[in-house]
Design a protein around this ligand. Structure first.
Ligand SMILES: [Cu+2]
Length: 151
């Protein structure tokens, strides 16, 4: 399987004002199983994933950031003329009926400028930015496990 190169936008991750946990009367969102795959030696790009579930109104994941990487992008993965292609997207939706699953080989998180000092087995804080149907932003912090390739 060949992974076509992408044109990544190395833009600044928008800074988001501190907001209370994304739990309102209408909905609450939970992150679980977050991970980052430690890059091979000499590389600083990493894939990652997590599962987001929501109770109540739909939410959208619109960004993520972490201390161990310069930027984190949301990438979709799709088959295009027999070639797997990654695309950066601005948001991914999560509903009660359709949890958002980001994982290796599927839609995923992509980290750029990953610190070479991360160690397999450690955890890194991942701060997710979400919006509700009204466009109100909130953040959700979760711990991502650093994994080795193929783990
Ligand atoms: Cu990617």
């Amino acid at each position: 399987m060949r992974i076509a190169s992408i044109t990544a936008a190395f833009g600044l991750v928008a800074m988001v004002a501190c907001a209370p946990a994304p739990e309102t009367a209408e909905s609450s969102v939970t992150a679980s199983g977050a991970f980052v795959v430690k890059p091979a030696p000499g590389r600083d790009v990493a894939g990652g994933g997590l599962t987001l579930t929501v109770t109540g109104e739909p939410m959208s994941l619109v960004g993520a950031e972490t201390d161990i990487a310069d930027t984190v992008e949301l990438h979709t993965m799709s088959m295009d003329d027999g070639v797997m292609r990654m695309r950066k997207v601005d948001q991914m939706d999560v509903t009660e009926d359709a949890p958002l699953e980001l994982k290796s080989g599927g839609n995923h998180l992509m980290l750029f400028g990953v610190s070479p000092d991360i160690e397999i087995g450690e955890t890194a804080e991942l701060v997710l930015t979400l919006t509700d149907a009204d466009g109100t932003e909130s953040t959700l912090t979760t711990q991502a496990e650093i994994r080795g390739l193929g783990d």
